[in-house]
Design a protein around this ligand. Structure first.
Ligand SMILES: N[C@@H](CCC(=O)N[C@@H](CS)C(=O)NCC(=O)O)C(=O)O
Length: 309
């Protein structure tokens, strides 16, 4: 609302000058905090790869930590970035469940997670990590997801049924040696740390073969269970949040490194999770943007892919 000259004169005349000065001081402090935040972001952007620049600066922050990794007391502090698959899994849960949190952007490609000041707070030294609202550090995406459903009573994302909870746990563990291979064996050599050119095709072929086995197993599970999601058809669970981030990034929506055409059921699954998770699109957007930027053309190496629809 515009302030009239009379109001200003009255304010000064009635001893509110001090309040006005305080207000101006507050505003200028807030502006310099914002400037500092921009400076930090652009400093990171300069020292990091183009990939990181996109992934970290483009991510929508819930809020920005002003201190170097120091957790905000009485808040749920998440450390990671939207390039990290398990960080995206945790972010989707926090966002969909409206859990108040602070996201501390950490660049693992620049080795920030190895810095002593980071490891002092998060000894596991991997992303994602959290510091709980009571100050306890927890690493591993699956452990974090399980903690969050317990701590914030997010019943929709787990199950009251002990067998279903065991099934959710199965997928959370299965991820490490199956879906996760898609990241380690395809995305890492193709996008993050390319091998010598003469080895690239063979490495990609091997990775696609591994991911084909993973997708075949998943597809068979969907066919046998008749479930829409991994454990039920009603609502995605934390297992879906964990698994989908390893699958979607390789598709044509992401980096286009794996052809899901022989696996229409998996394409449908990704779409089902996307429709059911409110924050899916905003969390995935940095990956989609980067995928469009690298403009990778699909190279299907394995002709013997199984078909699972
Ligand atoms: N099993 C862990 C994997 C964590 C992980 O590998 N995070 C990556 C980013 S997605 C990382 O921090 N990499 C750094 C490194 O390996 O040094 C989880 O699910 O949280």
């Amino acid at each position: 609302m515009p302030i009239s000259q009379t109001q200003v004169t009255l304010a000064i005349g009635s001893n509110l000058l001090q309040s006005l000065r305080n207000a101006i001081l507050q505003a200028s402090k807030s502006i310099s905090r914002t400037m500092l935040s921009f400076q930090r972001t652009s400093l990171k952007a300069t020292k990091c790869s183009a990939f990181y620049r996109m992934a970290v600066t483009a991510q929508p922050f819930t809020s920005i930590s002003m201190s170097d990794y120091t957790p905000i007391p009485n808040k749920l502090n998440l450390y990671g970035n939207t390039r990290s698959q398990p960080t995206r899994s945790v972010l989707m849960l926090l966002r969909d469940a409206d859990v108040d949190h602070v996201l501390h952007p950490v660049d693992n490609l620049a080795g920030e997670h190895k810095k002593p000041q980071f490891k002092k707070i998060l000894p596991a030294g991997l992303l994602p990590s959290i510091v709980t609202d009571s100050g306890v550090p927890i690493g591993e995406g699956a452990a974090i997801l399980q903690y969050l459903v317990d701590r914030y009573n997010l019943v929709d994302w787990t199950s009251a049924n002990v067998v279903e909870r065991a099934q959710i746990n199965f997928w959370l563990h299965w991820n490490h040696t199956n879906t996760r291979n898609g990241t380690m064996q395809i995305l890492v050599p193709e996008i993050l740390f390319p091998p010598p050119p003469e080895k690239a095709a063979a490495i990609l072929a091997k990775g696609q073969k591994t991911h084909t086995r993973t997708c075949t197993y998943l597809c068979k599970h969907f066919q046998a269970s008749g479930n829409k999601f991994l454990v039920n058809s009603k609502h995605p669970s934390i297992a879906d949040l964990m698994i989908v981030t390893e699958l979607d990034q390789l598709s044509h929506r992401g980096y286009n490194l794996f052809d899901y055409l022989p696996f229409l059921r998996i394409e449908q699954y990704i779409e089902d999770v996307r429709s059911a998770v409110r924050s899916y699109d905003e969390t995935f957007q940095p990956v989609a943007d980067k995928g469009a930027e690298v403009n990778r053309h699909m190279r299907v190496v394995d002709d013997n892919m199984s078909v699972c629809s």
